[in-house]
Unconditional design. Structure first.
Length: 257
């Protein structure tokens, strides 16, 4: 079982977490019990604040050295985490504000149902997400100015990494090429335009999308496009990292102390 592999690897400290799906589930206690008895793992359901903190910790090293800060966003299956990090007087990025929107690619797809995902439907879907993210943008503006000229977007998730892979012209997804890559946001929007011209079968045929993501890529694009609409930065950095790397960095820091 899983715990046997962990012991064989010589792990001294293990942290396993669950996020939005388990926060919503009424039977999450059953999952925790099964993970404990069947896999030997103590699974922890983290809060939205803890999820955002770990995502920020995992992605912070990719904030451009010359940037004042970045908006980190993680488009998940059940929620979208957004974290604004800005450099302090010591030059180290710190979280200014964070928000967890309980809409991700799976939940938005389920909410959308059988309604069309053509260009007209897509615009409606994007407008819906702009409306949902708008109050947090307004809250940010009350805290401090967000300057798109000195900040960039930093995206992590299957949607963002998939769009980046297509923008890079990859026939098959390659993490080594995608992680830490830079993109003009206009180029990513052009990729979205190309995907909107395809039907489900056509999207599934795109190497970086595939059949497993073909039905979820449009909701993911709508979420990304809404973020870009409200935080119109010119540059996007893509992270194929996030919560796991955040946990790993924290565990390593604990080991050094």
């Amino acid at each position: 079982i899983c715990s046997d592999h962990i012991r064989a690897a010589g792990a001294k400290r293990v942290r396993a977490i669950a996020t939005e799906a388990c926060r919503r589930a009424r039977n999450s206690g059953d999952l925790l019990a099964r993970a404990r008895t069947e896999a030997g793992i103590e699974l922890e359901i983290v809060s939205t604040a803890e999820e955002a903190r770990l995502a920020a910790l995992g992605c912070a090293p990719l904030i451009a050295p010359k940037a004042e800060g970045a908006l980190i966003f993680d488009i998940g299956g059940g929620s979208t985490e957004m974290i604004w990090m800005k450099r302090g007087p010591d030059g180290v990025p710190a979280v200014v504000s964070s928000h967890s929107e309980p809409t991700g690619v799976v939940t938005l797809s389920e909410e959308w149902g059988v309604r069309p995902t053509d260009r007209t439907g897509y615009r409606t879907m994007r407008a819906l997400m702009i409306e949902r993210f708008g109050p947090w943008r307004a809250k940010m503006d009350r805290i401090a100015p967000f300057d798109p000229a000195t900040h960039h977007l930093l995206g992590t998730s299957g949607t963002v990494t998939t769009l980046a892979g297509i923008a890079l012209g990859l026939e098959r997804y390659d993490r080594r090429r995608v992680d830490a890559s830079w993109h003009r946001c206009a180029d990513v929007v052009a990729v979205i335009d190309r995907l909107l011209d395809l039907d489900l079968e056509g999207r599934a045929a795109v190497g970086c999308v595939g059949p497993d993501r073909a039905d979820l890529i449009v909701p993911g694009c709508a979420i990304f496009d809404a973020v870009l609409n409200l935080w119109p930065c010119a540059q996007l950095r893509v992270a194929d990292r996030g919560l796991r790397e955040g946990m790993l960095r924290e565990l390593l820091a604990e080991r050094r102390t």
